[in-house]
Design a protein around this ligand. Structure first.
Ligand SMILES: NC(=O)C1=CN([C@@H]2O[C@H](COP(=O)(O)OP(=O)(O)OC[C@H]3O[C@@H](n4cnc5c(N)ncnc54)[C@H](OP(=O)(O)O)[C@@H]3O)[C@@H](O)[C@H]2O)C=CC1
Ligand SMILES: Nc1nc2c(ncn2[C@@H]2O[C@H](COP(=O)(O)O)[C@@H](O)[C@H]2O)c(=O)[nH]1
Length: 325
């Protein structure tokens, strides 16, 4: 198997088919809705909050609200009152099952539910998918996180409508150091490996450091890309603002860090500071422009055209050109 990651792959251009990059369409259909970008900010406490998710939903972007210190039912009710779609996260414990029961009993429902645990290839996830499909059959269920084709096949067979791939490639992740496991350092080829067997959408989660990594993820099979660090350092970001030597930073910590958990137990995440870089809307606009350029370099007009390009692997044992024949 070829092993590579975002920083040692480049996509190869094909003849341009547009007069302007404005003709390139970055939108994507996911779970019955069309969104402006194949990008979703990570469902983490220092990345999204109520206000940011409302803005994203109201402006045509996909979001997943985090599940920490949050009343999911009250959150879902508020989004409904605002006329916005509901996209929440869930764990797999008894209290998480109860939330699904309440959403059903109170008639609130949810449009998207992301089952989001560290080791998503687990019986507990199978039970939770079954519970959601029983109580809220209309909900689109995303399940993860996983890092192997076997896991993608199982989650799909258990009823997941999409799977989330990425064990440990995140910027504040220390899973590979603490456990010796994961897709950190080879996330892009793990995505390719998983996408070969997937029959439903994949969300590539973690490891995106540059906007061009979004196009690379799409090339290797992602329908959406989940991003934490690139979104954590905005004016509106929920992380605490910290001043160091006159410069402003936002704190960004892992969901499995002691900062999120409130105790040092099974810690697989750390805290870092991200420089503050202006409003979120500016980054979303720049991501769209960059992705429009990516589509034009792919010789296409639509996101899916990126899937048609060849690529090169730079350096290492797998170095070489890879042609689609
Ligand atoms: N993408 C990634 O690489 C990672 C992401 N995270 C994120 O951190 C957050 C917290 O995750 P998590 O701790 O799973 O959530 P929870 O604290 O909600 O735990 C979920 C359940 O899974 C169990 N569990 C967790 N890890 C394992 C494991 N390795 N093997 C068996 N059972 C396990 C927990 O039990 P118990 O605690 O008793 O074991 C608990 O019952 C999530 O948002 C998750 O996405 C965390 C680590 C890696
Ligand atoms: N191993 C851990 N992974 C974590 C933790 N908290 C979040 N995450 C994952 O990281 C991505 C974001 O990655 P980034 O490279 O874009 O910053 C996020 O979506 C989760 O899947 C954690 O504590 N440990």
């Amino acid at each position: 198997m070829e092993i590579f990651d975002y920083d040692n792959v480049l996509l190869l251009p094909r003849k341009c088919r547009v007069e302007s990059r404005a003709e390139c369409d970055t939108s994507v259909e996911f779970g019955g809705r069309r969104f402006k970008l194949p990008v979703v900010p990570a469902n983490m406490k220092t990345v999204v909050d109520e206000r940011i998710t409302e803005t994203l939903a109201a402006n045509g972007y996909f979001y997943v609200m985090h599940r920490f210190d949050l009343d999911n039912v009250a959150y879902a009710k508020r989004m409904r009152e605002l006329g916005l779609y509901v996209s929440i996260s869930s764990g797999v414990k008894a209290a998480d099952h109860d939330v699904i029961d309440r959403l059903a009993a109170e008639g609130v429902g949810a449009d998207y539910i992301t089952i989001d645990i560290a080791h998503g290839h687990a019986d507990s996830v199978q039970r939770m998918i079954g519970h959601i499909k029983h109580k809220l059959p209309q909900a689109f269920v995303i399940a993860g996180n996983v890092g192997t084709p076997e896991a993608v096949i199982d989650l799909e067979n258990w009823g997941a409508d999409a799977t989330k791939v990425g064990i440990g490639p995140g910027k504040v992740c220390i899973t590979r150091l603490k456990t010796g496991f994961g897709t950190g350092g080879w996330q892009l080829s793990a995505l390719k490996w998983c996408a070969r067997v997937a029959t439903k959408p994949i969300i590539a989660d973690g490891g995106i450091r540059e906007h061009g990594d979004i196009a690379k993820s799409v090339r290797f099979g992602a329908t959406l890309v989940m991003i934490g660090s690139l979104f954590a350092g905005h004016e509106e970001s929920p992380g605490r603002t910290v001043e160091v030597d006159g410069k402003l930073y936002k704190e960004y910590y892992g969901s499995a860090s002691d900062f999120n958990k409130g105790e040092y137990k099974h810690v697989e995440g750390k805290r870092i500071l991200e420089p503050v870089k202006g409003p979120l809307a500016g980054t979303l606009r720049e991501m769209q422009e960059d992705l429009q350029s990516s589509i034009s370099y792919a010789g296409g007009r639509y996101l899916a055209d990126i899937r048609k390009v060849n690529y090169v692997i730079l350096g290492g044992d797998n170095a070489g050109e890879h042609l689609l024949m």
